[in-house]
Design a binder for this molecule. Structure first.
Ligand code: DX5
Ligand code: ZN
Length: 211
């Protein structure tokens, strides 16, 4: 069964705790934190202190997506803040193999994210130390963008590469009930959704529609 990970990027930033608690009650499976540094992507969001202060208010796994130029420097910050999954972008990890070891050594699951223009071959030699592969289905930086159909073929190929390994495929960007169905059909296991979960604040209905 597919897992739903609401992105806190679309929450009300003046009431993060309330929104966190409400999406959990509405049936979310994971909480997705989009960490943006204003360098790797043209937007700035949450630091580890924000994640840490909200950690006590949810029992769900915290799924931390690092959209930063220097993820190696920040792995320990977010692990200590209570992350369960830490995902880095392959494009900014010259020593991706080592970075994934460092994430796992913190006790977190290790995720690798690929931008829409990044080919899946960067995963070839790190699959045995990867727990989650996050396929960006928009260019990272903002919520509310249009899903890129070009990524469906990539998801299909990654699914085949994974074989019988215990690795989840996560999709992120422009996920709505229609694109969710397309992603599930090619192998997605986790759907990140900001706009479509928070729309009208009908969290339960929106989450059910994605499933
Ligand atoms: C984009 C982020 C996404 C974003 C998705 O850079 O990684 O997690 O919040 O937002 P929607 O669902 O609105 O496309
Ligand atoms: Zn994200």
């Amino acid at each position: 069964m597919v897992l739903i990970a609401p992105s806190m990027l679309s929450a009300d930033f003046s009431a993060l705790r309330k929104d966190l608690e409400e999406v959990e009650q509405a049936g979310a499976d994971l909480i997705h934190w989009d960490i943006m540094d204003g360098h790797y992507v043209p937007n700035l969001t949450f630091g580890a202190g924000v994640v840490k202060q909200l950690r006590p208010y949810s029992k769900l796994p915290f799924d931390v997506h690092l959209m930063v130029t220097n993820p190696d420097d920040m792995i320990s910050w977010f692990a200590e803040a209570g992350a369960d999954i830490i995902t880095v972008h392959a494009e900014v990890c010259p020593h991706l193999d080592r970075t994934l070891d460092v994430i796992r050594a913190t006790g977190c699951q290790a995720g690798v994210s690929l931008n829409p223009s990044t080919p899946e071959d960067v995963l070839n030699y790190v699959l045995d130390k990867t727990d989650v592969i996050l396929v960006m289905t928009v260019n990272p930086g903002f919520g509310g963008q249009v899903f890129l159909d070009s990524q469906l073929e990539k998801i299909r190929r990654i699914k085949a590469m994974i074989g019988d390994r215990d690795i989840k495929i996560e999709v992120d960007g422009g996920i709505n009930p229609m694109t969710a169905a397309e992603c599930i059909s090619v192998g997605a296991d986790i759907l990140v959704a900001g706009t479509s979960v928070f729309a009208g604040r009908n969290f339960r209905k929106n989450i059910e529609a994605l499933r």
